[in-house]
Structures are given as structure tokens and as C-alpha cells.
Design a protein around this ligand. Structure first.
Ligand code: AMP
Length: 288
């Protein structure tokens, strides 16, 4: 079936409501486009679990800070719609900026506690933008389930908290990080990397692997795990870490000792490109 397209909230909501009236379950995959296998794995998960699948493709300006890559962010709408269709999606919701943020827009979803650390410390307005757009998208696409990637670990935690705190009637599903052959987490931002940067970008995956290896060998001092990750990053001359940390998966607080709830997280600039990755230490490491 050819993918349908919706450009306004009403079009998207009417289609979703129609399916639900017919007794069909609806899955939703919010994205900023430039779709890769990571995004498509979420679409496939939704297609497997739900009768209908909606993908949104919207580069949300409010989650970018000043001086970030909003202007350069890759936009490939036609290709994205074809890829979403091939992965089995039924509807692409592609709103224009003026439909999402009309003149005089002034309402925000702000969360306290989980959003000031890690990404929030380095991108202070990021999660206000993310939560606002996700809330708006959930109102436009009132799906039964919404799919997010483990790749953006903090985002999954803050979205789950918003859904719980605001009684949103949607169930959040988090799917594993999809990686390139060598282990680099897929990201739309990988397209910014030149050849040398692409090689050194592997330091994120290697640092996570090192933390995992030490944890498996019994190391429980979070500081030792952090130091080991930092040593791996320091070997890549083009890499500069924004943060390298071991945090508790529920609170996102810095862990003193690592347990099954601990997640290794990092954000590293490779040249001008900022990449993030993470690995829950209690889980198997994805060897590449
Ligand atoms: P984005 O377009 O970057 O906003 O991402 C849209 C969704 O795709 C988010 O839930 C991301 O966590 C998810 N995603 C991005 N990259 C990956 C990946 N490599 N593996 C799994 N999910 C991903």
C-alpha cells in the first residue's frame, strides 16, 4: 500500500481516529527525518506490533540551541517517505513549521530534575523543545504505542516521565541501538563526518566496550569506569568529550558504584560534529 501523507494536525488525527474506530491499533515513530536503519528498525517494530504505523518527519527547531546545526540538518523528505513506506509505514506526518509553531506560540512542556544533567547541561533548552514537540506530536497522532531508540537514552527517560506525569494515554516502547558494521551508532549526524573523523568516531563505541569489559570483570567503582572511558577517548586526537559518565538509569544521577541499573553514557565532539551513545552495563555488549 502506498504511504499516505498528512501535513496538518487535523489530517493526521482524523486518519488515526478513523483507524481506531475500526478497531485497529496504531504505532507511532517520531523522527527528524534523514531516515537510516536506526529509524527504520523502529518502524519495523511498530509494524510488527501494531495494525497501522505512523512516522512523523519534522526537524523541530525548538530543540536546537543557538549555534547548533538546525540549518545544516539533513532534509530528505521524498527519500524518507519512500523508505518509511518500504519499511511498512502507513502514514507520514510531515508538518510545516507554521503548523507546529504558529505566530505567537507560547506554551512549553518543562520537566525538572531529569533534564538539567548530561545532554541538558550542555544543551540547556534541548529537552524543553523535545518534550514540547513530542507532546504536540502525541496530540496530532493519538497512537496506542510510540517507539523511541535507546540511542537517545536520556530522551527515553524524560519522555517516559512526561507520559507518566501528564497521564498521556500512550505506551512508550524503547528499541535497541542500531549500529554500523564497525559499531558506530547510526545517526543522521554521522553524515557530517569526513573520513578521518569517521574513523575516530569509533572511540565512542570503543569507550563503551571498555567500560562494559571492566564491569564484566568485576570493576564496580564508577570512577574507574569513567577514567577507562576517558582514556579511550583521549587516544582519538579529533575527539573532545562533553561528558563521559556512569549514571543510574532511573534517576540519571552520577553513580558512585556501578550495578545492573548503571548506564555508561557519553557525548563527544569529533571535529565539529557532536555524537552521543550509551550502553546499559547490565546488558550484553553488542560486539562488532
Ligand atoms: P531523530 O530523528 O534523531 O530525532 O531520531 C528519531 C528516533 O530514532 C529517536 O527515537 C531516536 O532515538 C531513534 N534513533 C536514532 N538513531 C537510532 C539508532 N542508531 N538506533 C535506534 N534508534 C535510533
Amino acid at each position: 500500500m502506498a504511504i499516505q501523507r498528512a501535513e496538518t494536525a487535523d489530517q493526521a488525527r482524523d486518519t488515526v481516529n478513523g483507524w481506531q474506530t475500526d478497531g485497529l491499533s496504531v504505532g507511532f515513530v517520531p523522527t527528524m527525518g534523514a531516515l537510516h536503519e536506526g529509524h527504520l528498525s523502529l518502524v519495523r517494530a511498530s509494524v510488527a506490533e501494531c495494525d497501522r504505523t505512523v512516522v512523523s518527519i519534522y526537524v523541530n527547531p525548538t530543540q536546537f540551541g543557538p549555534g547548533e546545526d538546525l540549518e545544516d540538518y539533513p532534509r530528505r523528505l521524498e527519500r524518507d517517505c519512500r523508505a518509511a513506506e518500504q519499511a511498512g509505514a502507513d502514514l507520514a506526518f510531515c508538518p510545516a513549521d507554521r503548523a507546529m509553531y504558529p505566530e505567537g506560540y507560547s506554551t512549553w512542556v518543562v520537566q525538572e530534575g531529569l533534564t538539567e544533567v548530561l545532554e541538558g547541561e550542555h544543551r540547556p533548552t534541548h529537552f524543553r523543545g523535545v518534550l514540547t514537540v513530542v507532546c504536540k506530536l502525541f496530540n496530532c497522532v493519538p497512537a496506542d504505542r510510540a517507539y523511541f531508540g535507546q540511542k537517545d537514552f536520556q530522551q527515553t527517560v524524560v519522555v517516559r516521565r512526561m507520559v507518566r506525569d501528564l497521564n498521556m494515554p500512550v505506551s512508550i516502547r524503547v528499541m535497541p541501538t542500531v549500529r554500523e558494521e564497525d559499531g558506530l551508532a547510526m545517526s543522521s549526524r554521522n553524515a557530517y563526518l569526513n573520513e578521518a573523523e569517521r574513523r575516530q568516531a569509533l572511540c565512542l563505541y570503543r569507550a563503551l566496550g571498555e567500560a562494559h569489559r571492566l564491569y564484566r570483570n568485576g570493576e564496580r567503582h564508577a570512577d574507574a569506569l569513567r577514567a577507562a572511558m576517558e582514556r579511550v577517548i583521549a587516544k582519538a586526537p579529533l575527539a573532545r568529550a562533553d561528558y563521559v559518565d556512569i549514571v543510574d538509569a532511573r534517576t540519571l544521577r552520577r553513580a558512585e558504584s556501578a550495578d545492573e541499573q548503571a548506564v555508561a553514557v557519553l557525548a563527544v565532539r569529533i571535529g565539529k560534529t557532536r555524537l552521543i551513545d550509551n550502553h546499559p552495563l547490565g546488558e550484553e555488549f553488542p560486539e562488532h
